[in-house]
Design a protein around this ligand. Structure first.
Ligand SMILES: [Zn+2]
Ligand SMILES: [Zn+2]
Length: 248
């Protein structure tokens, strides 16, 4: 490890130690990483979700109850990834929590987020590791210009902490944004798929089973494109892991 990497490691470590006790979501004084109202505002996705895209059953459209393990969307158009999973629903509290750290490049907030979500994410990685006989974690990439503007790539930060604290095998730089996609917030699902097509590239010779860490799964269009790129570069199976899953 060169001195640059070592300095970066110390810097990230120091950020974790220096984390003040204020709620990572609303900023109120707090005895833990989140204040009590914010902690109560985190809604879990729950166990009964689509095995492919992680959408909870109560958000499926027009499916006969209990007849399918995949949601109707995945039956009609199966995604490029094998599974997607997130501990929380992307609702008011999670949205505020993630936005605060993601768009402001708030490294202290990101360290707090790791404290809150780390154990659940690691548990999922270990489950996949056992099932697949070995997995390699990588983080969803950010375009250079966005990274310059925000100063922090949240998924990369979290992935790094998972390796540091729990020894999760991580490979950085496996996938990158080769083109900048338009902001997706107002686009429908088909427009999103079109918007992200060809926007990511993965390095040749990817490990056979990749766990791709992202912050939020919205329609799954970006995750789908990243999984496609990883498969094109040699991955046989791709599992997506995120902090939150949009359920509307
Ligand atoms: Zn709070
Ligand atoms: Zn699905």
């Amino acid at each position: 490890m060169g001195w640059r990497e070592r300095t970066e490691e110390w810097r990230r470590e120091a950020l974790g130690w220096a984390a003040p006790r204020s709620c990572a979501c609303c900023g109120a004084r707090s005895s833990g990483a989140l204040c009590v109202p914010c902690e109560e505002g985190l809604v879990e996705v729950g166990g009964d979700a689509c095995v492919r895209c992680g959408l909870p059953r109560d958000a499926w459209e027009g499916a006969p109850e209990d007849a399918l393990s995949s949601c109707p969307g995945c039956v009609v158009r199966p995604p490029s990834f094998d599974s997607a999973w997130a501990p929380w629903r992307h609702e008011e509290t999670t949205r505020a929590l993630i936005t605060r750290t993601k768009y402001r490049g708030d490294a202290l907030g990101a360290a707090e987020l790791c404290e809150i979500a780390g154990a659940a994410l690691v548990e999922r990685v270990r489950e996949l590791d056992e099932r697949e006989g070995g997995v390699t974690l990588t983080a969803a990439p950010m375009h250079r210009s966005s990274l310059r503007r925000r100063g922090l790539n949240l998924p990369a930060f979290i992935a790094w902490r998972l390796r540091r604290s729990w020894g999760v095998p991580l490979e950085e730089g496996m996938i990158w944004r080769s083109r900048r996609a338009r902001r997706q917030a107002r686009l429908g699902e088909l427009a999103r798929r079109e918007n992200v097509r060809g926007s990511v590239t993965a390095r040749e010779g990817c490990p056979p089973v990749v766990v791709l860490l992202d912050d939020v799964i919205t329609t799954g269009a970006t995750a789908n494109e990243m999984a496609r790129a990883l498969r094109d570069a040699g991955a046989q199976r791709v599992h997506v892991l995120a902090l939150a899953r949009a359920c509307a």
